[in-house]
Design a protein around this ligand. Structure first.
Ligand code: BGC
Length: 426
């Protein structure tokens, strides 16, 4: 399935379901011109956060044409974006992740945001790991919305209380707590069996097993000796151990439906980026009262991150250019960074804001992200386009998902991982 999908993309064919979903955009205009924004923010929490941008643009008299392409992590959205560009019909702006932003900049498709960035002092307020992806050749080419991180566990608090489960401090305690839930007739791990979700959970396990240095060597430096190593084999062993706590209906499940299992008391935990918190918040739940958040056991000393970037496509029309600048200005502003993250589940990408307006999970997350940026342990997420270019990422997805959906032994998986990554790089 994954392989077929990738082949479609390579051949430049957009699968029908995706093409159809892209036509389902909503149009709203205030008469002063409008922006068309391609994004994959279609869950309840995501749509609410995106609404904050639409509202703020409306305050500036700018209309909104939404172009949502459903599908977590943007896999489908990127296919639609490519087809729009190929047919010479780019949207005003698009939500993208790190390496994809760089790719569009290399193709000279993007408007420069240098004026807005210099007026807003972006060089000072956004941390280096974000600038690394939002700038190209020293020029700002993207406006960062936030910092998300992927090494979080979201937990049903009443189930923890009912079963006497304390926050697990180690991998062993983590497994034991899921076993307890399973023995009591619940699902231990809410799991969405889609390639990007498999990879999101897997990168957590790699970090928990090998630590920050190993994660960097394997996932970012793509060192073949780390990819095919005993530590990677052990990571796959642990991944297998974890997978026994998912339910039988996990294949193909969307991430927000997995989150709903934790919200509704059907499952104890979900391992997912903090956009999952946006779903809890959207359901009116309070962190640390109604649900718990903690770093995946064994990953407390590092943060694997991604950041949604808004890129603006080159345009000859003065009005479109002015609206692009306004949109970038809004996204980078202190007020918007705070409002957006309060809805989205993330933390602001700006490091100069007061954390006290954030919820309990995000307050910790914000300090952890800033500390990690200082100590060089704010590391790009492989599953979310911040560790390696799309070709490598997709190759990793293929092996990790094959492992999930078969009884592939761990040593074979590690060997194959090293092999496909090597192949994707050459
Ligand atoms: C994006 C998030 C989004 C999540 C699920 C991630 O790659 O950064 O903004 O909520 O995918 O679609």
């Amino acid at each position: 399935m994954t392989i077929m999908f990738n082949k479609c993309l390579m051949a430049g064919v957009i699968p029908l379901a995706i093409a159809l979903s892209s036509t389902a955009f909503a149009q709203e205009s205030t008469g002063k011109g409008e922006v068309e924004v391609l994004n994959w923010w279609t869950s309840g929490g995501e749509a609410k956060a995106l609404g904050a941008l639409k509202d703020q643009l409306a305050d500036d008299g700018i209309g909104w044409q939404n172009m949502p392409v459903a599908g977590g992590a943007g896999t489908n959205a990127m296919a639609v974006l490519r087809s729009r560009i190929t047919s010479n019909n780019p949207p005003t702006a698009a939500q993208v992740l790190g390496y994809d932003a760089q790719d569009w900049a290399d193709r000279d498709a993007l408007s420069s945001l240098d004026d807005v960035a210099s007026a807003g002092n972006w060089d000072e307020v956004f941390p280096q790991p974000i600038q690394h992806f939002a700038k190209s050749d020293g020029h700002w080419i993207a406006a960062p919305f936030e910092i998300h991180s992927t090494n979080w566990v979201w937990a049903n608090k009443s189930m923890m209380d009912e079963l006497g489960i304390q926050q697990p401090g180690s991998w062993e305690e983590f497994m034991a707590s899921m076993k307890k839930a399973q023995d009591a007739g619940h699902t231990g791990l809410a799991y969405g069996g889609q390639p990007w979700q498999d990879a999101t959970v897997f990168e957590n396990v790699v970090l928990a097993t090998g630590g920050a240095d190993f994660y960097r060597r394997a996932m970012i430096d793509l060192d073949p000796e780390a990819l095919d190593s005993d530590t990677m084999i052990r990571s796959f062993d642990r991944f297998r151990e974890l997978l026994q706590y998912k339910d039988d209906n996990s294949p193909g499940r969307d991430w927000n439906l997995a989150t709903a299992m934790v919200i509704n008391g059907d499952a104890l935990y979900q391992i997912m980026g903090d956009w999952a918190k946006g779903e809890f918040l959207n359901a009116g739940l309070e962190p640390e009262q109604d649900f718990m958040c903690f770093r995946t056991p064994g990953t407390q000393d590092a943060v694997t991150f991604n950041s949604d970037l808004m890129i603006m496509f080159k345009n000859d029309n003065d009005q479109q250019q002015a609206m692009q600048r306004t949109m970038a200005e809004i996204i980078g502003s202190p007020e918007f960074q705070m409002t957006f993250s309060q809805l989205k589940g993330s933390v602001p990408a700006r490091t100069d804001l007061l954390a006290d307006k954030l919820d309990a999970c995000a307050q910790r997350g914000y300090e952890q992200a800033k500390a990690a940026a200082e100590s060089d342990t704010l590391m790009g997420s492989m599953a979310h386009g911040y560790a390696a270019p799309a070709s490598v990422k997709n190759a990793v997805f293929d092996i990790v998902s094959s492992f999930v959906n078969s009884d592939m032994p761990s040593d074979v998986a590690a060997e194959q991982l090293a092999m496909v990554v090597q192949g994707a790089r050459s």
